[in-house]
Ligand binder design. Structure first.
Ligand SMILES: Cc1cc2nc3c(=O)[nH]c(=O)nc-3n(C[C@H](O)[C@H](O)[C@H](O)COP(=O)(O)OP(=O)(O)OC[C@H]3O[C@@H](n4cnc5c(N)ncnc54)[C@H](O)[C@@H]3O)c2cc1C
Length: 431
């Protein structure tokens, strides 16, 4: 009897996993199947660039099956429920798939339905998101038609995937409006549920100063209770109001509904796992990799990539009957586009917040950490090629999965990272 590995989700993490494991698991001993609801793989970081005409829609999507190796079955279908006792997964069309080992890689999605008023009347008229392909394309047109008023960029609640993306959107909007000669006719407002503009203190201070320098108002500690579509106003639980002419919102992000239906998730449908091995805390033959888990790291493609490398080696040890020796450290590495062809780079993990310095090598870099440079902008743009050609096919990048302190300048006084993006927020009563 062959053993069966079943992966739910052929996005960033799922695609990397099957590529890496197909090379390591004999075809005679192992069947590998991956399920996704469609055959379109979007390069999600590209959604940020569509509204500013930096990328065009045809540069974002590619067929999923083109990134899967031979010897991996792609099943197109919507996962309905996992039965961990029977070790089966049922799809919404009634098909059933058995497994010996299951990897949940179903990511996280924006849920505008979870905030009262978000979908009432103004959705895709004056309220937009850019966390979906359709949303980003629609916003692209709205931004071109917008020439004066209040442009509000808003985060509903944490955690969200790519927690720097709303900041990047704000910086790019500022640069776009300046270039068009419209900046003095537009009030730019950044509304966040966090006490600062980012989840980690040192980066939050640096990024907050950059917003202030660009004359962007920050409304912090703002937890939206509802949106009044008629008056075009965000209303918070503590009854503050933020009016808008154009709202660019990041709706509440949630894991897949099938995770909840299967009794495998927390209140935001993220799968509780051991944060070092990604093994489910409830079932030893189930793992959650990428945005679908509850690990206290950023939900980001870079985190998916580094954690997949650890997961694969651990998985090979597990099936060989050995203890898993790899420990994921929460390593995240993100370029932050800041407009005017510049960008920042941050590199951090569970224990170390983003610091200044050089990356990946001390002194020579060539990247600067937490500093706006043209090289970081080029790094951000180069990432799309790296994603399609190196990461997804499961090839190795010459960057360690574990965060390194090489080149980083440690802060003089010790500061805690205070990461609000890490844990599902119990205050999310807007669900
Ligand atoms: C605007 C934006 C900008 C970003 N920028 C960056 C960046 O600069 N750097 C970075 O590192 N990360 C960035 N990210 C985040 C990055 O794209 C994600 O963190 C990464 O894709 C997570 O990978 P994943 O495999 O966990 O989830 P995904 O890649 O989202 O894949 C999940 C898959 O599961 C499938 N699925 C879900 N539910 C079901 C179901 N019921 N049945 C069948 N299939 C299902 C989905 O169709 C999807 O293909 C950005 C994201 C966005 C939205």
């Amino acid at each position: 009897m062959k053993l069966r590995l079943l992966v739910l989700g052929a996005g960033t993490a799922g695609t990397m996993i099957v590529n890496k494991l197909r090379k390591r698991l004999g075809v005679a001993e192992w069947d590998i199947t991956v399920v996704d609801r469609d055959d379109v793989h979007p390069y999600q970081p590209g959604f940020l660039f569509l509204p500013f005409d930096i990328y065009s829609p045809d540069q974002i999507n590619r067929p999923r099956h083109g990134f899967l190796p031979s010897g991996v079955d792609l099943v197109i279908g919507d996962v309905d429920v996992v039965d961990p006792d029977a070790q089966t997964v049922t799809l919404t069309d009634g098909r059933s798939l058995g497994y010996d080992y299951l990897v949940i890689a179903s990511g996280t999605s924006p849920r505008p339905d979870q905030t009262p008023g978000m979908l009432d009347g103004q959705w895709r008229k004056s309220i937009f998101d850019f966390y979906t392909f359709d949303g980003s394309v629609a916003l692209s047109q709205a931004l071109k038609d917008f020439d004066h008023g209040r442009l509000v960029v808003h985060i509903t609640d944490m955690p969200i995937k790519c927690p720097v993306a709303p900041l990047e959107f704000t910086f790019l909007a500022d640069a776009w409006l300046r270039e068009k000669g419209l900046r003095d006719r537009v009030e730019l407002v950044y509304v966040t549920p966090l006490p600062g503009v980012f989840t980690k203190p040192i980066a939050s201070d640096a990024l907050g100063a950059m917003l202030a320098g660009r004359n962007i108002t920050v409304e912090s500690d703002f937890l939206v209770e509802h949106i009044d579509a008629e008056t075009k106003t965000l209303v918070s639980y503590d009854e503050r109001e933020v009016p808008f002419d154009l709202l660019v919102t990041i709706p509440l992000n949630m894991g897949a509904d099938f995770v909840a239906r299967s009794g495998l998730g927390n209140e935001l449908n993220y799968v509780p796992v051991n944060k070092h091995t990604l093994q489910s805390t409830a079932h030893a033959n189930i793992f959650a990799v990428g945005d679908s888990s509850d690990i206290p790291a950023s939900k980001a493609g870079s985190v998916a990539h580094f954690s997949v490398e650890i997961f694969v080696e651990n998985f090979l040890e597990l099936i060989a009957g050995k203890p898993m020796t790899g420990a994921f450290d929460g390593h995240a590495n993100c370029f932050i586009e800041t407009g005017d062809r510049k960008g920042l780079l941050i590199d951090f993990n569970y224990d170390t917040e983003p610091l200044t310095g050089k990356f990946p090598l001390p002194v020579v870099g060539p990247m600067d950490l937490l500093k706006e440079t043209w090289a970081n902008h080029l790094g951000k743009l180069a990432f799309r090629w790296i994603y399609w050609n190196i990461l997804l096919p499961g090839r190795r990048l010459p960057i360690s999965s574990h965060m390194s302190m090489l080149g980083k300048i440690a802060p003089t006084a010790s500061r805690t990272s205070g990461d609000k993006n890490t844990a599902p927020t119990p205050t999310s009563s807007n669900r």
